[in-house]
Design a protein around this ligand. Structure first.
Ligand code: ASP
Length: 351
């Protein structure tokens, strides 16, 4: 009960803090889009004209929106400042706030969709978490930028504009959580940051983007086939935090003590193995004797890990989920209580 009350309180505070953007402009009959701002480079401020050496999460949601007055032509916007951080400081608590806020606000028939502004470093993780926990068909779109707002040719304003366009589009309904970046539309499950500096920093490996957007035109070409949003079995209402899952990266001579330590201090482990999820005899010996769930992913971006690849019978294959996404699915699986190996395996085939 206490948890439920604190979530309601948190949502109430967010509502009080929310501001209506484009007040005084003719927004009649425009779709209403809620922009949830969390920080990142898109809200970054640094030396005028420079792309490096800036402080992410400096501009407020209101300032971000004020930089794109054209938004008033396509939507009525309500802005909510959820937090204002570098996305490496996003936490499970922020994820829960985002999911609960969207789940609550999505009930409002006047709201057409949601845009979340976010740092690119962990954008794919927040997107996948929400893909598994929001309970709405309404579009939920994440975006950000690679250049701070103060740089030459900042990419944030166009990414924001195109994200609002997608969130307001009927074509984006029921597609799961999306990422819009540099004119491309990505599904949350397969999107990943693939460049440390390029404005085309988001991509989706073997599967590619599922659509494109330019100005007010939205074209979607694929439907994500794995379960998401309204088909997802994960219910986070009432949670205040998530189980702890650690990711261990294997490399030549990787220290077995680190693995032991992580296992002792975690509810579950994900191994970023070499090749098809492999690791040394020393690691095999330890992992074989663990009683917490262990999911095997790969440090390689391409390809898939199946049951046949597993070196230890007590582990589960992450399929083609990256280690960081395999960890999110395991954290959510652990909220459902104890699961058999077969049940866990099934989750990695469905989501
Ligand atoms: N470090 C930044 C962040 O993730 C990078 C970015 O937004 O592009 O918040």
């Amino acid at each position: 009960m206490k948890r439920v009350l604190s979530v309601i309180l948190c949502i109430a505070v967010l509502f009080t803090l929310s501001i209506t953007y484009a007040e005084g402009t003719d927004t009649e009959n425009k779709p209403k889009i809620v922009v949830l701002a969390t920080g990142g480079t898109i809200a970054g401020v640094g030396e005028a004209g420079k792309t490096a050496g800036y402080k992410p999460g400096s501009l407020s949601a209101e300032e971000l929106l004020a930089a794109v007055p054209q938004l008033a032509n396509i939507a009525e916007i309500e802005a909510i400042q959820v937090c204002n951080v570098n996305s490496d400081d996003i936490t499970a608590e922020v994820w829960l706030t985002l999911a609960n806020t969207i789940n609550e606000m999505a009930q409002d028939p006047d709201i057409k969709g949601f845009v979340i502004t976010h740092g690119t470093d962990t954008m794919e993780e927040t997107a996948y978490f929400l893909n598994l926990t929001v309970k709405t068909d309404k579009p939920v779109v994440l975006t950000g930028s690679m250049r701070p707002a103060t740089s030459i040719s900042a990419d944030g304003p166009m990414n924001l504009y195109e994200s609002v366009t997608v969130a307001a589009s009927d074509y984006a309904v029921g597609k799961g959580v999306l990422i819009v970046f540099s004119d491309r539309i990505y599904a949350a499950r397969t999107a990943a940051k693939t460049s440390t500096y390029s404005v085309m920093a988001l991509a989706a490996g073997e599967t590619g983007s599922i659509g494109i957007v330019r100005d007010e035109l939205v074209y979607l070409y694929e439907d994500p086939s794995r379960k998401h949003t309204t088909d997802s079995e994960f219910d986070i209402s009432g949670l205040t935090t998530l189980p702890k899952v650690s990711i261990l990266y294997f490399s030549v001579d990787a220290d077995p003590d680190l693995l032991r330590f992580a296992a002792e201090h975690s509810d579950g482990l994900v191994i970023a193995g070499a090749g098809a999820g492999e690791f040394s005899e020393k690691w095999i010996e330890i992992i074989r004797n663990l009683s917490i769930p262990v999911v095997i992913s790969s440090r390689i971006d391409d390809g898939v890990i199946t049951r046949d690849n597993l070196l230890c019978a007590n582990t589960v294959a992450a399929n083609n989920l990256s280690p960081q996404k395999a960890a999110i699915l395991l954290r959510l699986a652990l909220t459902k209580g104890t699961m058999s190996l077969e049940q866990l395996e099934e989750l990695y085939l469905q989501y």
